[in-house]
Structure formats: C-alpha cells, structure tokens
Ligand binder design. Structure first.
Ligand code: FCB
Length: 447
C-alpha cells in the first residue's frame, strides 16, 4: 500500500467530559447533565458541571497540544449549545465557541476532527422520547447541517457518532448511562433510529462538503473463545457480532447481519420502507475505539446473549477500570477490519488507559501508561506495515476528565488535571508521546 498522507498522531476528548460551563453561552441541559444530577447514578455523586473548564481554558489547552507535538485533535460539539431549545433555532453563541476553537487549532497547526454526537443529546428531545423517536433523526440532521455550514470551510474530518453500541447498550438497555432507560424495546428502537440518523446525516454532510472526509466511530473489543470448544467459539462470534460488526455492517451494506445471533432479528420489526437503504453510506473513514479484549465462554444461564466473560487472570496486567492490557487485540481488530473492502480508511479515534496517577512535586510518573501506549502503537504500526489502511491514532485522552458513570477517579489523560483548581501538568506519558511523535515525523516506523 502506498501511503501519500502523513500518519496523524493526535489525542481525543469529548464535550461533556471536559467543557464544564453548563449554562454558558445559552446552553441548556443534555441528558448527561440531567443524569449526572440524579441520585446514585455517578460514583461519589460527581457531575461535569465544571470538570476541566475547557470551555474557558481552550487556548491554554491548545498550547499544551502544541507542547505535545499533536498533529490532530479530536473533540465533540455539544448539541444543546447549538440548539438550546426545540423551537428557538440556532444559537450563534454556541457555534461561536467552536468557531474560535477551530481557528485556534488551525493557527497552531493542529488538524481538527469533529465528532457531532458524543452522547450529549439535548434533554428536551429526551423528554419527547429521545432516540426511541424517529423525529429525533430530523433534529439531528438540522444540527449536523448547522455545524457543517459554520465549520465546514475549515474542518476536513467529521465523525457522525461516537460508539453507538456503547451508548445504546449502556443508556437504553441497561440504564447505567444517560438517559438511563432499560429494556430491549428501547434498545432496538433507539438502535435503528441512530443508524438511520447516522446514514442521513453523513449523506447530508457529504453533499454539502464534498471535499471533507465523513466518518463515524465504533467501539471495538477483540473477542476470543475461552476454549476450542465449538460452543465457546460460537459465543465469541456472537460477542464479536454484537460489539464489533453489527452496526458497522448495517452502515456498510444496508442490512442487519443476524445469522450467528438470531435474537438480534428483533430489530427488524422497526424497519419501514427504505430504511435499510437510508442507513447505508460509503464512509470516507471508520473511527475505531479500542481499549482491551474479552475472552468468552458459552453460557446457558445468561439470557439472550448466552455468553459470559472469563475473568482476567490475576497475573495479567489490568488498568484501574479492570480492563486487561492486551496490545495484540488492537492488531487483531485492525487486521479484521482491513478485510472489509468497503472500509477505505481507518483512524484509531481512541486508545489509552486509566491508572492510579499521583502528582508529586508537579510531576506524574505514569510508567504504566507509557508502557501501554508504546505497546499498542507498536501493534498499530505493525498492522499498517502489513497493509491495513490506517491513517491516524488518537490517544484517549488529552486531559484527565469526567469518565461518565465512573466519575473523576479514572484518569486517562496525557495531561494531569488538578481538581478543583483545574491546573494542568503534562504527565511523563505526555512527554513520551511528544518525543514519539517527533521521532515518527522525522523517521516514521512505517515501511
Ligand atoms: C469510550 C468513550 C470515551 C471514554 C473512553 C474511556 O467508550 O467514547 O468517551 O469515556 O471510553
């Protein structure tokens, strides 16, 4: 494979996790504002009303990105900043903020990757049923349109959704993320609508901005059977289908792949007319977020899925969230996605690790994170040298931030954030990444 563009090394964040400024510039609440203020939903009763205050401190954060040598920065737009009410139209102040952010990034020589939806649906839409309602698709398209009109002259990479599978299972099936809904009915209805919104918004963006790259991001976890037994092999296949390929194939081919997992057929009930054509879209790139792997057994007692996950052996390294460190997993996934000839380009839009970081005399010695990043990036480079069409890699995350239901304890940043002062300190991993990028710019490890 001949590669003409430079490989982009960057870092990622999302609006709710870092911005704070809950009511600034006319913003109203998203489902995450509401959810975080509900009792016992977030560890230690925390919320992101303030978090890293990036909304106010973005210029300082861009200076940090420059110090880290970042070539690209992935962030998300907060939908309720742009459309704070259902009928009030576009809020110019909301767009002004992202306009300034994009200009400041470009001035700093950093390429912006803009995610439209990183989980913060306006609360007023949730009040009418949110993603379980088809109307939401139309509202999403209006929002995408407003972002394209304002930023499309400068932003060349748009990501429509972040990890549909994760926000749909955790938020609509299991109730542990916003909006805190439960049950298969909510899950399947919302999934179908999100896939439609993804296709429709992507088509709209591409028609408006033919020179931009339009992508979308999925979560992926390499899955392996616990034994050679055919039952376990099939359990791993079901896991892989649900978590790694179901949403992808719906968008790639305009069909629901349910062969190995007939339970998923329930989603077909929500299909009307040309839905399946509408959800199909030839994305310019796919974003892949991956952190760990899973080993699965078949299990008769677990309803529907019929698998259970094997516990990570004690001797294997884990992050503070209990996620096993398994660098080969990213390689296996990339090789797998590279076999889809309809996938033209891949960016790793998130990869990283949360460890117990300590700020001592202004320094954070996070050796484990350095080891993690070193090992995972080596696997990414290996996969690309073997021909996988990978064009960039983003560390999750630029800054320590609000890790959803887990609150502030898991720190993922290359930069340490001292709460509540908000003071930032580049961790040792940040300095390591800076040097890694520098070296790769001069003498890439790519063949
Ligand atoms: C992903 C999310 C991201 C972050 C990381 C740790 O699932 O997209 O916002 O929370 O996990």
């Amino acid at each position: 494979m001949e590669i003409k563009e430079p490989f982009l090394w960057g870092a990622a964040t999302s609006a709710y996790q870092i911005e704070g400024a809950r009511f600034a510039g006319g913003k109203t609440d998203s489902i995450w504002d509401t959810f975080a203020h509900r009792r016992r939903k977030i560890k230690n009763g925390e919320n992101a009303d303030i978090t890293c205050e990036h909304y106010r401190r973005y210029a300082e954060d861009i200076r940090l990105m420059q110090k880290l040598n970042l070539m690209a920065y992935r962030f998300s737009i907060s939908w309720p900043r742009i459309f704070p009410t259902k009928k009030g139209g576009i809020n110019a102040k909301g767009l002004d903020h992202y306009d300034r952010l994009v200009d400041a990034l470009l001035n700093a020589g950093i390429r912006p990757f803009v995610t439209l939806y990183h989980w913060d649906l306006p609360q007023y839409l949730e009040d009418k049923g949110g993603w379980t309602q088809r109307d939401t698709i139309q509202y999403f398209c209006e929002y995408a349109n407003a972002c394209a009109n304002r930023l499309g002259d400068r932003v060349k990479n748009f990501i429509v959704f972040n990890e549909p599978m994760i926000f749909l299972t955790l938020g609509y099936l299991l109730g542990i993320h916003a909006p805190g809904r439960y049950g298969f009915k909510n899950f399947f209805r919302a999934s179908h609508n999100v896939l439609l919104a993804q296709g429709e918004a992507a088509r709209l963006l591409k028609a408006k901005l033919p020179n931009a790259e339009i992508g979308t991001t999925i979560s992926a976890t390499a899955a392996y059977p616990a034994t050679e037994n055919i039952k376990d092999i099939n359990a791993a296949k079901r896991f892989d289908l649900l978590y790694n390929t179901f949403y992808l194939e719906a968008a790639l081919y305009g069909k629901y792949t349910t062969d190995n997992f007939p339970f998923l057929k329930k989603i077909e009930k929500y299909i009307i007319e040309e839905d399946m054509d509408k959800m199909q879209f030839d994305f310019d790139f796919w974003g892949i977020n991956t952190y760990t792997r899973k080993i699965v057994y078949a299990s008769k007692i677990v309803p529907y899925a019929k698998w259970r996950e094997k516990k990570t052996p004690k001797e294997n390294q884990k992050t503070i969230l209990g996620w096993e460190v398994y660098p080969e997993g990213i390689y296996d996934l990339l090789k797998k996605y590279a076999t889809y000839d309809k996938i033209k380009k891949i960016y790793i839009t998130e990869n990283g690790a949360a460890f117990e970081d300590q700020l001592v005399a202004g320094r954070v010695v996070d050796t484990q994170r350095i080891e993690y990043l070193r090992a995972y990036t080596a696997q990414v480079i290996k996969a690309r040298n073997e021909g996988a069409p990978i064009y960039g890699y983003f560390v999750w995350s630029l800054l320590d931030n609000f890790e959803w239901a887990e609150g502030f304890k898991p720190r993922f940043g290359l930069v340490y954030v001292d709460y509540p002062s908000g003071r930032r300190y580049i961790k040792d991993s940040g300095y390591w990444y800076r040097d890694f990028i520098q070296k790769n710019k001069i003498a890439p490890d790519f063949i």
